[in-house]
Write a protein that binds this ligand. Structure first.
Ligand code: NAD
Length: 489
């Protein structure tokens, strides 16, 4: 069955392009999908435009649009196991993680089914009884939704659920590396009753289909999640036609640990924060900033636990970590290992491919810990997007906060301390979109997610994640029309 979806029809790429989809665990091709070119992308944009301008969706009562989201949530749960397996094959992450992803995606659809019907229009008292002034909301129009490969289904769902409940039409563009669960999602949207043209799907390389999706005058909004360089270029391209643009970019996320913590809990929190999904998490806690008096003990604990992480095929029970997503990405991360050594950081563990015979074909890299790091190093400042932890030490709270804000990124950060006041002070001072106190990683659909500074602009999730997809309009009605009488001639 073809994998591009345009105007309610499944079709192949006009030029016949295809792409191999590779399992990162064994480097084997396990699926072949259609690969769009610019002409397919343009067709999808125009289908979304027609559906928005002429179709019923934007004018469908919001309760019906919300009901569609609820049906999708039911279908996601019906297909939970199949989707989770596909996500694991595509990304290499463990089945346990993929199942959580499907449940989180379900929760996002359910949340926006509820939040979408909450009344946000308001009246404004302008002090004149003959004037009825109100602020109303409309869908923005045609939305291009572009997602990365690390959380393929999750990231696209943060966009598609609010966009649809707000009455927009959409063109989805998953990463070419991990397209399969988005294809499944679009099938569920079709089954749930999305009218033709409301949801369109384009698979393909960003460089080939991206320009049509982000610069076309028929597109009103671009919501992008991915790397800084891509986000920057998309924002520039979209500026020519003054589109609404949201960019959710990378992070270099500090995990600040004070000496008063329970050491075992802190070790586990640091370990999970950085090595979950092999560090391929935008909010991964890759930058450990630890109070000097416990630093040696904490780091020794992290190193010891990191060496015990069980690698393997994400589909198998008991496996705790999969490979990196591709050979190319592993090479990039290995480049950062080499850079760390060059910069004089002390490699305490990892930095190499594991020896186990069953891991030789996959794109594995051992969890890596660099001690003796400082803020001048590129491995401390740049997003490595792999299993690399850098360690810096601090003496004072002031210094910890300074270091915690000391990159160009501002996605997420954490502070571990049993001193409640200090935890709150540090959380208030950190310039990141999410801050955890005594935790690392949790999020919920009800609370906004997004970056400050060069981690992006705009927000996903929560009410603000819906507001991105709503146009605001002020309607002023004079009930007793009278000549303004400004000019006397
Ligand atoms: P990427 O920027 O390489 O690609 C992201 C998406 O953009 C892909 O679908 C890609 O095909 C597409 N793309 C590439 N060039 C394009 C162009 N010129 N026009 C339009 N689309 C184009 O990122 P990636 O490697 O897939 O993902 C990793 C990055 O994503 C990391 O930096 C990570 O931090 C970030 N990320 C951020 C968040 C967040 O919430 N802030 C969440 C997940 C991932």
């Amino acid at each position: 069955m073809p994998e591009l979806f345009v105007a309610g029809q499944w079709r192949s790429a006009a030029a016949g392009g295809t792409r191999d989809v590779v399992n990162p665990f064994d480097a084997q091709v396990f699926a072949v999908v259609d690969e769009a070119a610019a002409e397919d992308a343009e067709a999808a944009v125009l289908a979304a435009r027609t559906a928005f301008d002429d179709g019923p969706w934007a004018r469908t009562p919001v309760a019906e649009r919300a009901a569609l989201l609820d049906r999708v949530a039911d279908l996601l749960q019906r297909d939970r196991e199949e989707i989770a397996r596909t996500e694991t094959l595509d990304t290499g992450k463990t089945l346990a993680e993929s199942r959580i992803d499907v449940d989180d995606v379900t929760a996002v659809f359910r949340y926006y089914a509820r939040e979408g019907v909450v009344e946000v229009d308001r009246t404004v008292d302008v002090g004149r009884p003959e004037v009825h002034s109100r602020v109303v909301h409309h869908p923005v129009g045609v939305c291009t939704l572009i997602a990365p490969w690390n959380y393929p289904l999750l990231q696209i769902s943060w966009k598609v659920a609010p966009a649809l409940v707000a009455g927009n039409t959409v063109v989805l563009k998953p990463s070419e590396v991990t397209p399969l669960t988005t294809v499944h999602l679009v099938k569920l949207l079709e089954e749930a009753g999305a009218p033709p043209g409301v949801v369109n799907l384009v698979l393909g390389a960003g460089g080939a289909v991206g320009p049509a999706l982000t610069s076309h005058p028929a597109v009103d909004l671009v919501s992008f999640t991915g790397g800084l360089a891509t986000g920057r270029s998309i924002a520039k391209v979209a500026a020519d036609t003054v589109k609404r643009v949201t960019v959710e970019l990378g992070g270099k996320n500090p995990n600040i640990v004070f000496a008063d913590v329970d050491l075992d809990v802190a070790v586990d929190t640091v370990l999970t924060g950085v090595f979950l999904h092999s560090g391929q998490v935008c909010s991964a806690g890759t930058r450990l900033i630890v109070e000097e008096s416990i630093a040696d003990d904490l780091v020794a604990g992290v190193v010891e636990r990191a060496r015990r992480i069980r690698f393997g095929n994400g589909l198998e029970e008991g496996v705790e970590s999969g490979p990196l997503v591709s050979a190319q990405h592993r090479e990039k991360v290995e480049g950062y290992v080499a850079l760390g050594l060059e910069e004089g950081a002390r490699l305490l563990t990892g930095g190499r491919r594991p020896d186990a015979p069953d891991l030789q074909r996959g794109f594995f890299l051992e969890p890596t810990v660099f001690d003796g790091c400082d803020r001048s190093m590129r491995i401390v400042q740049e997003e490595t997007f792999g299993p690399i932890l850098t360690v810096e030490r601090f003496r004072t709270e002031e210094e910890a906060v300074f270091l915690g804000n000391d990159t160009t990124y501002g996605l997420a950060g954490a502070v571990q301390t049993l001193d409640v006041d200090r935890g709150e002070r540090v959380a208030a001072a950190l310039r990141h979109g999410t801050v955890w106190i005594n935790d690392f990683g949790p999020y919920v659909p009800e609370a906004e997610w997004g970056g400050q500074r060069m981690s992006g602009n705009g927000r996903e999730l929560g009410p603000a994640g819906l507001a991105e997809y709503r146009e605001t309009k002020h309607v002023w009605r004079t009930t007793r029309p009278a000549a303004p009488g400004w000019f006397q001639g």
